[in-house]
Design a protein around this ligand. Structure first.
Ligand code: AMP
Length: 280
């Protein structure tokens, strides 16, 4: 496994890869867990060489505190990537990527960024798309892999490559969960023991809401979820939304030919956790 901090040295090494071999890119912010590794494994199964990028992107954080407290476990990350046979790791610093201009580009995501994560985290998706576009330009992969854990982000990236005519296949990977159902996240390490014990309620509530959704009463589903969290002393609900899986528009009624998903964001004190589930 080769590890690069500079764009130039990474590109030099990538240029030695044969033209007939395919490259898969897995962008991450590090503090790797099994969820990330499941993505790397999928990329390894589908492409000849896999690059994992590890970069905590400042422009996608709306709260400085979240950025400052973002876990950094670089040595352990490199060790585990090596152990699963990753080919290349790209770990640039901010200067290398932003060249002194740590600002987001502005994108028109046709409304995909106006709801949920985009509504509650100002500028978040412009920051995400800015760094992903840079990583695409730097590494020029054939395929790039993103987790459904960040389902809205996945749609935003698909929109970005369509708008910018970027010839890269965007591949989605299902949500990887702990045994108790909690979606794996780098932020889980910041949970206290009590918060960690309470956190599986997020997925449990999503599952219950999926069941209730079958009755077709959206208002009832939403008020059920609200109530579940009012009774929970460790977790505060930020939003629960039922949205169209393609447009992310909030569902007003259930149409037989559309797919819907439930999305949730919850605070355990200052730690923000998100999850989602397909409803039909
Ligand atoms: P992050 O390091 O949190 O920016 O995540 C890097 C990539 O891993 C993103 O595409 C995430 O959606 C994905 N990811 C994070 N956690 C999970 C998980 N539990 N299951 C599947 N994908 C995940």
């Amino acid at each position: 496994m080769e590890v690069f901090e500079s764009i130039k040295s990474l590109q030099q090494s990538l240029s030695a890869i044969g033209q007939n071999l395919t490259i898969g890119l897995v962008p991450t912010m590090g503090a790797l867990h099994e969820g990330h590794l499941s993505i790397v494994r999928k990329a390894q199964g589908e492409t000849d060489r896999v690059i994992v990028s590890i970069f905590v992107n400042p422009t996608q954080f709306d709260k400085k505190e979240d950025l400052v407290n973002y876990p950094n476990t670089l040595d352990a990350d490199l060790e585990v990537l090596k152990s699963i046979g990753c080919d290349y790791v790209f770990t640039p610093n901010i200067q290398e990527v932003y060249q002194g201009k740590t600002r987001s580009e502005s994108f028109d995501f046709k409304g995909l960024d106006q709801v949920m994560e985009g509504k509650f985290r100002t500028g978040h998706f412009d920051g995400v798309a800015t760094i992903v576009k840079k990583l695409f330009n730097i590494t020029k992969p054939d395929k790039a892999y993103f987790g459904e854990k960040d389902f809205q982000q996945l749609l935003i990236i698909k929109k970005m490559v369509a708008l910018e005519f970027i010839p890269i296949d965007i591949v989605s990977v299902g949500i990887y969960r702990e045994d108790d159902g909690l979606a794996m996240s780098s932020r889980n390490t910041r949970l206290s023991q009590e918060q960690r014990l309470a956190a599986p309620e997020i997925y449990q509530t999503l599952l219950k809401s999926k069941k209730l959704f079958q009755n077709g009463d959206l208002a009832k589903v939403k008020s059920f979820v609200k109530n579940e969290f009012i009774q929970n002393t460790e977790l505060n609900l930020e939003y629960y939304e039922i949205a169209d899986s393609e447009t992310l528009k909030s569902a007003k009624e259930i149409l037989a030919d559309r797919k819907y998903r439930a999305f949730i964001a919850v605070f355990a004190d200052k730690v923000r956790l998100i999850d989602n589930i397909a409803l039909n």
